[in-house]
Design a protein around this ligand. Structure first.
Ligand SMILES: C[C@H](O)CC(=O)SCCNC(=O)CCNC(=O)[C@H](O)C(C)(C)COP(=O)(O)OP(=O)(O)OC[C@H]1O[C@@H](n2cnc3c(N)ncnc32)[C@H](O)[C@@H]1OP(=O)(O)O
Length: 724
């Protein structure tokens, strides 16, 4: 493995090549920044150096400033851990250098990586190099001059688009926009960059300091208009994200007062935002997602994933067809099995619609769509199963049916074949009870719609082999999901943690709180929709079936609300039939339906939990807490039982599977930020007022009492034992 280092090599042509290396993504670690400063100073001093080329080793220029340092700053509050790159390195050393500097970029130049290149006097890129400033996705703004130099090179509106949407462009587009001076074949990159640098030194090519450019900024009034429009838009699309407005304000400052003033302002705001709660949540989300690929005794024992070429999907319903879509889109052959030709045709039609929908949205070319669909084969029997590497069963949640299927596939599939189930709740030991292939049985829990949602919850039992887990993780990555490996229990990690979410909402309604106010409070907190609108969307059948499952598994803490049954009795089935808590009409947003109120009243009368028969009075914050603290409480049980490898896996799963806002870092991260003691005391109080649903778990109680964060490793809590 290459070392973390910066090297300087001077050729006979008088060009110094400064190369930095920090695999795998050449992140700008503090050591790299210090090394760059040292090598630039040396190159500037040396008489045999006429010009400088800056490049990154290993086919990737740089993924930007080291995000681990941002996390360190956030944990310690010590902002001085971030070196002065913006002025000291980029302005004083690179841009104002008396010798021309050319950036030779390849693979990717993101964030601080691109900003180093922007400070150089020219940029030469290899084909299809990704160029972008994604800092807003980390809750901060570009901090090495990007907010000032990008608009000066590509124009204001394109720069706003690239930063606010954190959308990278390819070098070919960059060349058209003026961000890149030339795109050349990878093998030519260094040669062309050296010649370009010498040409600048010899005044055969322009020596451009991008911070001094103004020709692409337009008039002041045009700039104001564009920035005001973008600010309005950001207010709507990113209401809880201060970094969007801050980015636009800093751009405005630079346009009004000049680029250098803009750079100083940017550096200040960048650092302020790094310490914001939003940035803490987003940085945690980024790092937590990466760490999910490290599973003890699976990814660290020298195993290699086997190639999974062909997969059989059993069941062409919503889930099965979504899973099949995800597989064929990633070039994996799929055999889709159904019980009769009518169901099979329906499944195939759904897959075709999924794929063609992506073409309509411009996300897929027609050619790629046809190629993907050619990988799909519909079948009614098991004859094709003899050559599949994996089966994913996605039939209805019925234990005897699943047991029968697993008994059959064990006989017809090859001995190496992975036997996966997409069950969302059923214990895997039960599913595989009638087989003798327990080591090959694994849960592949996709979230609906399966070809869109990014999470793949991989459920293992004590018997599942490490090889099988690794293989499924590899398939997950190929189909562009984030695989999170969890242990076996009712509802596994994600649905189990979140089962109190809708129950908490039902407790509140039965305590007299308005359904639509609950939905609004939860949406303002940052979930895409409230629990009742979600229930409408999923359909009441799902709510009733999963509700029963959890009531059986966890009777001590289940709140039985009759409301959904009453809604069904009154002919409502949510979005499916256009009538739920909301009215659904084609082409318009869901509207609260006032005629649902008498049904809610009936539910309240049946449960009779309102103290003294009167509605309770709560703030919006209490609404959020009375719904989400029970979720935290269940997360604590999941942690205590060792269902997840680490607390941050539950954060990733909550963000990617349940759409918990990523800027709050995930369910456990948010609970730690809120304070375990506050969560514990609130639950305790509500349990005394409203019953067992709120009773704090032992894990939560212990950690609150001892002042230990909920995310601290399980080893600091000896009472627990892992199921992984
Ligand atoms: C002042 C400046 O303006 C501030 C900044 O520059 S902040 C940083 C801005 N840059 C970014 O946001 C880019 C972040 N990185 C990415 O989006 C993606 O990692 C990527 C597109 C570069 C590569 O994606 P992909 O190929 O899927 O690989 P991925 O698993 O994400 O990353 C590979 C490894 O590089 C690490 N990595 C990537 N970018 C990193 C960064 N900027 N800092 C630290 N580590 C980074 C990942 O953590 C991962 O580590 P691991 O091997 O230990 O798990």
């Amino acid at each position: 493995m290459a070392e973390v280092k910066v090297t300087l090599e001077v050729g006979n042509d008088g060009v110094a090549i400064i190369t930095f290396s920090n695999p795998p993504a050449n992140a700008l670690a503090v050591q790299i920044i210090a090394g760059l400063k040292e090598k630039f100073d040396e190159a500037i001093k040396r008489n045999d150096v006429k010009a400088i080329v800056l490049t990154g080793r290993g086919g990737k220029f740089s993924a930007g400033f080291d995000i681990n340092v941002l996390e360190k700053v956030q944990e310690t509050g010590n902002i001085s851990l971030i070196p002065d790159v913006s002025v000291d390195l980029v302005v004083n050393t690179i841009e104002d250098c008396k010798k021309p500097v050319v950036a030779a970029v390849e693979g990717l130049a993101l964030g601080g990586g691109l900003e180093l290149a922007l400070g150089s006097h020219a940029r030469i890129a290899a084909p299809r190099t990704q160029l972008g400033l994604p800092e807003l996705t980390l809750g901060t703004i570009p901090g090495f001059g990007g907010t000032q130099r990008l608009p000066r090179l590509v124009g204001l509106s394109k720069a706003v688009e690239m930063m606010l949407l954190s959308k990278p462009i390819m070098s070919e587009e960059g060349e058209k926009l003026g961000l890149i001076d030339a795109v050349v074949a990878s093998e030519e990159l260094l040669k062309v960059s050296r010649l370009w640098a010498l040409d600048i030194a010899n005044r055969h090519k322009p020596w451009i300091r991008s911070l001094h450019k103004t020709d692409k900024l337009g008039s002041l009034s045009e700039a104001y208009e564009a920035l005001n429009a973008a600010t309005q838009q950001a207010r709507k699309t990113a209401p809880n994200m201060p970094q969007h407005k801050a980015c636009l304000d800093v751009m405005r400052d630079g346009i009004v007062h000049g680029g250098y003033t803009g750079v100083l302002k940017e550096a200040k705001v960048f650092k302020e935002l790094v310490l914001s709660d939003t940035s803490k949540g987003l940085v945690h989300s980024f790092l937590a997602q990466r760490v999910t690929s490290k599973v003890p005794n699976v990814t660290d024992v020298g195993l290699k994933p086997r190639h999974v070429k062909k997969v059989a999907v059993i069941g062409g319903g919503l889930m099965g067809s979504g899973i099949a879509t995800a597989l064929i889109l990633s070039n994996i052959y799929v055999v889709l099995k159904e019980v009769n030709s009518e169901f099979l045709l329906k499944g195939i039609r759904t897959i075709e619609a999924n794929v063609r929908g992506l073409v309509t949205k411009g996300k897929l070319t027609q050619e790629k769509a046809e190629k993907s669909l050619s990988l799909l084969k519909g079948v009614l029997d098991y004859s094709d199963f003899k050559e599949v590497d994996m089966v994913i069963e996605a039939v209805i949640e019925n234990v005897p049916l699943k047991q029968k299927i697993f008994g059959e596939i064990e006989k017809v599939c090859p001995a190496h074949c992975i036997l996966a189930t997409n069950t969302s709740t059923i214990d895997l030991n039960l599913v595989g009870e009638k087989t003798s292939s327990r080591d090959r049985i694994i849960g592949a829990h996709f979230f609906s719609p399966a070809h869109v949602m990014p999470l793949l919850e991989i459920v293992r039992t004590e018997k599942t082999s490490a090889q099988v887990i690794l293989d499924l993780m590899a398939v997950g990555k190929i189909i562009k999901k984030v695989p999170v490996v969890v242990g076996n229990c009712t509802g596994f990690a994600v649905n189990r943690t979140f089962f109190p979410y809708s129950q908490g909402a039902h407790v509140l309604v039965n305590l007299g709180v308005d359904v639509f106010r609950i939905d609004r409070a939860i949406s303002s907190f940052g979930l895409p929709m409230g629990p009742f609108q979600l229930q409408d969307l999923a359909g009441y059948g799902v709510a009733l079936a999963t509700g029963k499952e959890f009531a059986n598994a966890f009777p001590d803490r289940t709140f039985n609300s009759p409301l959904v049954e009453l809604l069904v009795k009154s002919g409502r089935n949510g979005k499916n039939n256009g009538k739920g808590y909301y009215i659904y009409e084609k082409g318009s947003k869901p509207k609260p339906d006032p005629s649902v109120v008498p049904i809610i009243e009936e539910s309240r009368q049946l449960t009779n939990i309102m103290p003294g028969g009167k509605s309770i009075s709560v703030t919006d914050q209490e609404i959020v807490e009375m719904i989400l603290f029970p979720v935290v409480n269940e997360a604590c049980r999941v942690l205590g039982e060792g269902i997840v490898v680490r607390a941050s896996d539950l954060d990733t799963a909550s963000v990617l599977g349940m759409s918990f806002p990523s800027y709050r870092g995930g369910i456990v991260f948010w609970a730690d930020a809120t304070g375990p003691n506050h969560v514990y005391k609130s639950l305790k109080k509500w349990s005394e007022l409203y019953g067992n649903f709120y009773t704090p778990s032992r894990f939560l109680e212990e950690r609150a009492r001892r002042g230990i964060p909920l995310s601290a490793p399980i080893s600091s809590f000896p009472a627990s034992k892992s199921r992984l």
